[in-house]
Design a protein around this ligand. Sequence first.
Ligand SMILES: [Fe+2]
Ligand SMILES: [Fe+2]
Length: 238
Amino acid sequence: MTELPRESREERARLAEAVRGACLEAARRAFEDGGFAGLCAEGRRELALDAIANVALSDLVDPPADDGGLAAYLRADHDRIDALFDAAIADPEQFDHDAFERARAGLLRHIGIEEKILLPYARRRRGGEPLALASVLRREHGAIASLLVPTPDHALVAELREILGPHNQREEQEGGLYPILEALAGDDVDELLARARAAPEVPTAKHFDGPRATRTAREALARSDASARATRTDEPSE
Ligand SMILES: [Fe+2]
Ligand SMILES: [Fe+2]
């Protein structure tokens, strides 16, 4: 067997250790959640195995360069996804589908963290009262998700960014989602960060280009409004 250079071996050892840690954390957390949900031992075991199968490998391969803290982790995740979109459109003659798919998977996972962990947490901490920002963020998440459905090209990335730019700012800026969450969480903030880090990869479907596929920011926002009206509420049950 060929001897690997020391640096590469150290890097691989670090990655292997990170994978082991992420699997252990995912299993432990899922087993605990299963207990809170009243599942039997077999159900909890299934949940734990499922969590290991869905560990977010993208977070380990392209880790966000955060310097600690919940807001820093989420901001760094925005930057990581943004850099992947940059890479997708870097060559005006050729679209980098691999970079786009990594951005897409990362973005769907990121939205999952906000929709399934952070917004429900804020609502619980506020005695059931959702954040004023929640409905606008959910509207934009819906629009972003629908723009991730059709086969991508340079123009589609530009449309996505029309929503993502102001959206990310709404979350990062003073008085935005992330500073509000850090203030609300207080001593719970490390636990909330650990839950965000342990969030699983979201399975991605094949692209779909039928006549109802959405290719502009304006259409995507209109569709998101229509689906919010159809459910008669901006706040799905949390
Ligand atoms: Fe978001
Ligand atoms: Fe975000």
